[in-house]
Write a protein that binds this ligand. Structure first.
Ligand code: DAH
Length: 339
């Protein structure tokens, strides 16, 4: 009996299994009801009384060792399945590398933050829009060139459905569902059918602001613009407004800031003028208020819109617009510190 136990012990120590089925076969061979060990247990009753103690101990030892061996083989398989068999519980935890925020998101958040502090709240609208919200409600004449197929992405079967070409459409979305006072800031992606190059892309990002209340004047607009420019580009920043034209504002203006790259002295970026254009703005045209259900005799307002890529370029001098949408980790990593 003892010899048989010894033999099984050596067998068990050298057990190996190539896969889970082989292991199960081994378990059945040694540990199941009809297995080798149980057979010995049955024989145990024939062991002479004076040997019972020793044989009993050896039998128990055999049973435990067999169970242990099978368990450890089983663990190996389980670890292999989860790819964990090299888990080293003593190694120090290494830090999980954090991603970086996209430069356009960094700048967008900064713009939104400045306007939020002035009481503007966030508003959003759909990127897939209709002609009414993008053009008609914003006072674009039926034959305005911006409606041209060359600028706007149309869906052939549904010419009324378009990709918005500017975030001004969100103005209309908000006005049609709420009454003044309205004070909103709307960041978002816009689309134009442009050939992609280092300075143009078929999609880019804008931020729109709209303020409508009683007795809102151009002075209010100018004050907010100056404050925004100083917060965004530094306290020494100067602004200037040039008369311009947009269908949805009257009067309209474009705003330049003193070039923050050369400090206004003149450089290649500002084409040696000392000024760079950053946004369009104006007093909301009464036609726009009326088209969107707001009484233009009671209320007035201002609006402004800017390109996020342009502001980002001014802050970080990204020379090629395409970098923003290429997902090149090396480029994105450069903005780690700005997060
Ligand atoms: N929507 C204009 C554009 O895409 C930008 C703009 C100009 C927005 C003047 C405004 C504004 O709200 O008042 O070029």
């Amino acid at each position: 009996m003892i010899a048989k136990i010894e033999q099984l012990l050596t067998e068990i120590e050298n057990l190996s299994a190539g896969n889970a089925e082989e292991l199960e076969a081994l378990r059945i061979k040694y540990l199941s009801k009809k297995g080798a060990i149980n057979e010995l247990m049955t024989d145990f009753r024939n062991v002479p009384a004076e040997q019972k103690k020793e044989v009993g101990m050896r039998l128990n030892e055999l049973k435990n060792k067999a169970q242990e061996r099978i368990n450890s083989l089983k663990e190996n398989f389980a670890n292999q399945e989860t790819g964990n068999n090299e888990l080293d519980l003593t190694r120090t935890a290494y830090p999980i590398g954090l991603g970086t925020r996209h430069p356009l998101s960094i700048v967008k958040n900064e713009i939104v933050d400045i306007f939020s502090r002035l009481g503007f709240s966030l508003a959003e609208g759909p990127e897939i829009e209709d002609d009414w919200h993008v053009f008609s409600s914003m006072n674009f004449a039926e034959d305005h060139p911006a409606r041209d197929m060359q600028d706007t992405f149309f869906i052939e079967a549904h010419p009324d459905i378009i990709l918005r070409t500017h975030t001004s459409s969100v103005q209309s979305r908000v006005m049609e569902t709420s009454q003044p006072p309205i004070r909103i800031i709307c960041p978002g992606r816009v689309y134009r059918n442009e050939a992609i190059s280092y300075r143009a892309h078929c999609f880019f990002h804008q931020v729109e602001a709209l303020y409508i209340d009683k007795q809102v004047s151009f002075t209010d607009l100018k004050q907010v613009l100056l404050l925004f420019a100083k917060e965004m580009f530094g306290n020494d920043t100067k602004i200037r407004l040039r008369p311009s034209y947009f269908p949805f504002t009257e009067p309209s203006a474009e705003m330049d800031i003193s070039c923050n790259i050369c400090g206004g002295k003149g450089c290649a970026f500002c084409k040696h003028t000392g000024w760079v254009e950053i946004l369009g703005c104006g007093m909301v045209d009464p036609n726009v208020l009326e088209a969107n259900g707001i009484d233009s005799k009671v209320y007035s307002g201002y609006a402004l819109g800017m390109g996020i890529e342009r502001i980002t370029n001014l802050k970080y001098q990204v020379k090629d617009l395409r970098m923003f949408s290429e997902n090149d980790i090396r480029f994105l990593k450069e903005f780690e510190a700005a997060n």
